[in-house]
Ligand binder design. Structure first.
Ligand code: AMP
Ligand code: MG
Length: 412
């Protein structure tokens, strides 16, 4: 058995180097939120696609109203009415104006829009027809309230890059650009199983000596949030045939990753090791971190396998440290994982020199992020994680962080 002490970064590198993005698929735009783009998107048209008004008002020639003021308005002849969606054919001559609605094309000859508020005609009731003449109370600069064609985006420009996780605003932009179908990476499939004779299903009454399997639920939720499709394989019973059947199910479903929790301490997982090694390989690592020192990594019939520790907080932290970025790699995302923020420790924090991930509540005070640990940090205390909104990261080699010092944190 390989049994080395690895730094967190070494373990991460060893794991990440095994993963490539999964295959791609073309989806209708409505199914693309939170998917990862598998192509660069270039704009097929200018945005805005035509010069248009940003106000309800009157399209005018700025020179005509240069001297306009409330006590000496300038009267213009209204020669057209341009609702949004219409295509004006008029061309304004000096002394002429066109009533125009927000988003409607600016007619030829006009170089500015005066909002209705600056005219004697501010009736915006639906169905009101345009006046024959309008008094303008204010001068307008050339270009005022005009959104020129191509102001935001020029046709041909690359606006979204391959590897980007599509946000709702991106979906809106793709719609503006007429991208009805998008090439995205498919969701990576992650198969989950728990192991341990003490585990009961969630709907079972508690029995003496038993606990409910919470890890597979938390890990499923984490995996889905990270963009994976989850296959739940259930609880591995303590015999090789049962474990084999469960792993074969993962193969049959052609998953991209098998994730388990518990039994990664030496010896404890022998039956899983035996089954995996009959058709692959498995290493046990000791990672210089807290919580969650033991970790298993291998493959079964070419499918990568990550074995996280069993304690619920250790399993969660192991997911954040090793699995979240793995799923990001699989789904083609360029974005590795949680964003790091700097937070100030409210109180002194003692550590044991391992890279530590501590549960904390981060709050804002006078423009700083402050952090306070939640409850006792035992790795079985899931409730302290529920009360936390961050994991503080105390680097390896550090034994004490004095009060007031800043450390990195992941907001969770
Ligand atoms: P192990 O890694 O098997 O030594 O388990 C470490 C601790 O995690 C033990 O207290 C187990 O009961 C607990 N544990 C293992 N699997 C789960 C699970 N699926 N859900 C909740 N707790 C678990
Ligand atoms: Mg166990």
């Amino acid at each position: 058995m390989t049994m080395s002490l690895l730094s967190v970064d070494q373990a991460r590198e060893r794991i990440f180097s095994h993963f490539q993005p999964v295959t791609t698929e073309t989806l209708p735009l409505t199914g693309c939120s939170n998917r990862v783009l598998a192509q660069d998107i270039s704009a097929a048209n200018d945005l805005p696609p035509f010069d248009n008004s940003s106000m309800d008002g009157f399209a005018i020639r700025a020179a005509d109203v240069a001297d306009a003021a409330t006590d000496s308005p300038r009267g213009l002849r209204v020669v057209a009415d341009i609702p949004a969606g219409s295509h004006p054919t008029v061309s304004l001559a000096p002394g002429e104006a066109a009533r125009i609605m927000t988003g409607a094309p600016i007619p030829d000859g006009a170089d500015a829009v005066v909002p209705v508020e600056d005219t004697d005609f501010d009736n915006r009731d639906a169905g009101t027809s345009a006046p024959n003449e309008v008094q303008i109370f204010k001068a307008a600069k050339v270009g005022a309230n005009r959104r020129p064609r191509g102001l935001d985006i020029r046709a041909g420009e690359i606006v979204l890059n391959k590897g980007r996780v599509l946000k709702p605003q991106d979906i809106g932009l793709l719609a503006m650009l007429g991208v009805a179908n998008v090439l995205v990476y498919r969701k990576p499939r992650v198969a989950l199983f728990s192991s341990g004779d003490e585990l009961l299903p969630v709907d079972a009454p508690l029995e003496e000596g038993k606990i409910r399997d919470s890890n597979s639920y938390a890990l499923a939720a984490l995996s889905e949030e990270a963009g994976a499709e989850v296959v739940r394989l259930g609880v591995a019973k303590d015999n090789p045939d049962a474990v084999k059947a469960l792993l074969e199910k993962a193969v049959e479903l052609d998953v991209d990753l098998i994730l388990s929790s518990a039994g990664v301490s030496v010896g404890a997982f022998d039956f899983v090791k035996q089954v995996i090694e009959s058709n692959g390989k498995m290493d046990f690592w000791r990672v210089n971190m807290r919580p969650g020192k033991p970790l298993a990594f291998g493959e079964y019939r070419k499918i990568p396998f990550i074995g996280l520790p069993g304690n619920p907080v250790s399993a969660f932290v192991g997911f954040e440290v090793f699995v979240r970025a793995t799923i990001q790699r699989l789904r083609g995302s360029l974005n590795g994982g949680r964003q790091t923020v700097r937070v100030k420790c409210e109180e002194q924090i003692d550590s044991d020199g391992r890279e530590s991930y501590l549960r904390a509540q981060v709050y804002e005070e006078d423009g700083n992020f402050m952090a306070r640990l939640t409850g006792h940090q035992g790795s079985g205390n899931l409730y302290s994680l529920v009360q936390a909104n961050a994991l503080l990261i105390i680097p390896a080699g550090v034994k004490c962080v004095p009060a007031g010092q800043e450390v990195n944190a992941w907001l969770i």
